[in-house]
Structures are given as structure tokens and as C-alpha cells.
Ligand binder design. Structure first.
Ligand SMILES: NC(=O)c1ccc[n+]([C@@H]2O[C@H](COP(=O)([O-])OP(=O)(O)OC[C@H]3O[C@@H](n4cnc5c(N)ncnc54)[C@H](O)[C@@H]3O)[C@@H](O)[C@H]2O)c1
Ligand SMILES: [Fe+2]
Length: 389
């Protein structure tokens, strides 16, 4: 447990079903007037009619909107630069809005600061390298999710290095977040499973992080409690607004927890799977979770036991070991119920890739350093090996 810590978060969070309808009014909360806004979104939001609704509401408030739909899923650094140069910069918006999953929220965060900073994105890879604050940023997540709406992080893929890398800066925090769970109704089952697991992993990794602290613990616990109670329901009954709302809140709490404490080895080992084999972020993390936690178990039995109690899956007279074992069993159970892939071979991975995967994962030092147990090269390889049954 870390005794010194720093916590900073977003200025305004608006929450509730249909709260997106308040968007145009809530723009008044931003620290400067908005007349031209770039909306970074995904095609699905157009198909659902969300984009047309927002553009019309903004027009009624004399705000002109440029709709940007060319950010790729899990974007490469080149894709973000190209969309910036081709669409965002020429439009010169005075604010950025994003409605979508983590892929577009992350790109939107980078566009907002790219408008006020000259350097190419490559110079920002790492922590605290962005000099000036960006234009006002409004984020509306539609997966539950990355928690990106409340984190100071943006993740980009570097194809030449076959890796995903984080850009971390307080200037990436938005001024306004709108959490409207109605937007997540209809999220397909595999995405509900993968993004829901990702959110849970943010909380669990923050809770066991070497940087865990009282602030991150509070958000992590509430996140895991909400997700633990609602993930399977949201997956099996995707129209349930209460379950979707709990997942959206759980995902935001997960983002707050990771902002305060950081993720760890699950995320570190997931990055090369995304970078080398295009396995989506949530799927890569979900596949790794049970195996990384089994590796960590002896170092964090007490913490895993606390999580099992919060999820109400342990008896009060269970030993810590028994309770922690029940949590690991629950994680394996989720993997089966949520139909998370179990075999990396289906993504083109073979034994020959174990060595390069382990070398790439070892480079993700920022996250490996948060893990409660050190991972050597052979440990990392052994974890990947478990996903080649
Ligand atoms: N910034 C952070 O703190 C942070 C944290 C974790 C992950 N990430 C990054 O976020 C990205 C992943 O984001 P994601 O998991 O949200 O997925 P995503 O944004 O890539 O979206 C996945 C798919 O879901 C679709 N989709 C989104 N909302 C939908 C809805 N309501 N209904 C139907 N379809 C919908 C999208 O169009 C897309 O096809 C990765 O690049 C990852 O590295 C960032
Ligand atoms: Fe994640």
C-alpha cells in the first residue's frame, strides 16, 4: 500500500439514462464558449441515430459540428495523426466531443491537445510529456468499458514496434463526461464481455497494484462490486438498463481506480497481443486474467480474499487462502460463461511466438512495475504458454 499518492480527476460528470439529451446545455460548463465542435465517433453511433440527434441539438444552440468517423478501432499512431491533419486541423474546432468506445475516446483526447501543441504524437509516448492543456474535451463512453473518460491515458498502437503504448498526461483529462447507459443497450455480447472484463481488470489490478492507496482502493472495490454483480446479467440480458447502468458506473470507477494506482501485469502482457496479433484490448486482457492472478496469488492472498468477500462469494469464516481460491474459480467461471477465447492459436499465435511476445511484454516496464510480484522472462513465457493448451 502506497502512503503518498496524488489524485486528480475530471471537472464535471453527468450521469443518468438519456443524459446525452442535456449535452448542448451542459456545454456551458466548459471553460470557454463553443461554436465549432469536432465529434469523434464510430459508425455504429450513426446507425443508431445518435449522431444525427446530437448534431441537430447542437445546431439549435448555434454550434457547428464536424462528424469524424475515420478513427480505426484501437488506432495506430499514424491513423490518429492522419485524421488530425486531414480533418481536425483544417476544421479548427474550439472543442472536441467523442461518443463511442475507448478507441475513439483516446483519439479524441489526443486531438484536443494536438490542437494546442506542435509536437507530433511520437514525442508524447510516456508520462507527462505534453506541454500545454488542450481545447475543452467532452467524452461520452458507449462501451463499459475502458474508463478512458476519467483517465489521463490514451493508448496508441505502434505497428513498426508491434506494440501498444500509453500516452499519460493530466492534459488528457476531459472537462465534461456524460454517462448515459441507454447508449450501451445493444452492445453486442462479445463486446459486452470483453469490455466488461477489461473494466473489472482495471479495478482488480489497481487493487493489487504496488501503488494501491486508500483512494484507489475505494474506487476499485466499488467497481468490482458493481461489475461482479452485473456483468453476467448485462451479457445474458443486454436490454437490462439497471445492469447496463451498473456496468457503466463500474467501468468509470475502474478508470478512477487505475488513475490513482495503475494497472499491472495483465495489461502489460496484453499489449504485445494487441500490437503483434491485433487481439482486441478487452479480449487479450480477459484471456490473461486468470493466469496472471494464479501467478500472483501467493503474494496477494489477503487482497484477493477481500475481493472475494466484496463479491459475496466467500463465507466469513473462510481462510484467506480459501476465499482467494474462490475468487480465482469465479474468474475462470466468467471466462467460460462469457465465452472468452482460451486458445491464442485461433489468433495465429504459435509456440514460435512465445519468445518475441515475452521480450515485447518485458518492455512494458511502467505497468510491470506496478505488479505485486516481479515477472522474469520465463514467468512471462509460462503465462503465454498457458494460452496455447
Ligand atoms: N485510455 C484508457 O485509460 C484506456 C483504458 C483501457 C483501454 N483503452 C483503449 O481503448 C481501446 C478499446 O476500447 P473499447 O474496448 O471500448 O472498444 P472500441 O472502442 O474499440 O469498440 C469496440 C467495438 O464496439 C463498437 N461499439 C462501441 N459502442 C457500441 C455500442 N454502444 N453499441 C454497439 N457497438 C458499439 C465499436 O464500433 C467497435 O466496433 C483500446 O485501444 C485500448 O487500448 C484505453
Ligand atoms: Fe484496459
Amino acid at each position: 500500500m502506497s502512503t503518498t499518492y496524488h489524485f486528480q480527476t475530471v471537472k464535471h460528470i453527468v450521469h443518468g439514462p438519456h443524459s446525452l439529451d442535456q449535452l448542448a446545455d451542459k456545454l456551458a460548463l466548459l471553460d470557454r464558449p463553443v461554436r465549432r465542435i469536432a465529434l469523434i465517433t464510430q459508425p455504429i453511433m450513426e446507425q443508431k441515430g445518435v449522431v444525427a440527434r446530437v448534431v441537430q441539438a447542437l445546431a439549435q444552440h448555434d454550434v457547428q459540428t464536424l462528424v469524424v468517423r475515420d478513427v480505426e478501432p484501437e488506432p495506430t499512431i499514424e491513423n490518429v495523426e492522419t485524421v488530425f491533419a486531414g480533418q481536425i486541423a483544417p476544421f479548427a474546432p474550439d472543442a472536441i466531443l467523442s461518443i463511442g468506445g475507448g478507441s475513439v475516446l483516446d483519439a479524441a483526447k489526443l486531438f484536443a491537445v494536438r490542437l494546442t501543441n506542435e509536437e507530433p504524437l511520437r514525442q508524447w509516448l510516456g508520462v507527462d510529456l505534453i506541454k500545454r492543456p488542450g481545447v475543452p474535451l467532452v467524452l461520452v463512453p458507449t462501451t463499459s468499458g475502458t474508463g478512458s473518460e476519467v483517465t489521463p491515458n490514451a493508448i496508441v498502437t505502434l505497428p513498426d514496434e508491434e506494440l501498444k503504448v500509453g500516452i499519460v498526461s493530466r492534459h488528457l483529462l476531459p472537462q465534461l463526461v456524460i454517462l448515459d447507459a441507454t447508449l450501451t443497450i445493444g452492445l453486442p455480447k462479445p463486446i459486452t464481455a470483453a469490455t466488461g472484463m477489461d473494466a473489472f481488470i482495471h479495478a482488480l489490478e489497481s487493487y493489487i497494484s504496488t501503488k494501491a492507496n486508500p483512494v484507489s482502493d475505494m474506487f476499485a472495490m466499488e467497481s468490482m462490486r458493481l461489475i461482479g454483480a452485473n456483468l453476467v446479467e448485462a451479457y445474458q440480458n443486454g436490454d437490462s438498463l439497471p445492469a447496463r447502468q451498473a456496468m457503466l458506473m463500474g467501468s468509470m470507477y475502474g478508470g478512477l481506480a487505475l488513475t490513482a494506482a495503475g494497472t499491472a501485469a495483465v495489461h502489460a502482457l496484453a499489449y504485445p497481443l494487441g500490437g503483434m496479433f491485433n487481439i482486441t484490448h478487452g479480449v487479450a486482457n480477459s484471456m490473461l486474467l486468470p493466469h496472471v492472478m494464479a501467478f500472483n496469488l501467493d503474494a496477494i492472498v489477503d487482497r484477493l480474499a477481500s475481493v472475494a468477500h466484496a463479491l459475496q462469494i466467500a463465507r466469513h469464516d473462510d481462510s484467506d487462502q480459501a476465499a482467494a481460491d474462490k475468487l480465482l474459480a469465479r474468474l475462470r467461471e466468467w471466462t467460460a460463461v462469457l465465452e472468452i477465447p482460451q486458445d491464442l492459436r485461433q489468433f495465429g499465435v504459435s509456440e514460435a511466438h512465445l519468445e518475441p511476445l515475452a521480450i515485447a511484454a518485458a518492455k512494458v516496464k511502467r505497468l510491470l512495475g506496478n505488479n505485486p510480484k516481479a515477472l522474469g522472462h520465463e514467468d512471462i513465457k509460462a503465462i503465454y504458454q498457458r494460452l496455447l493448451p
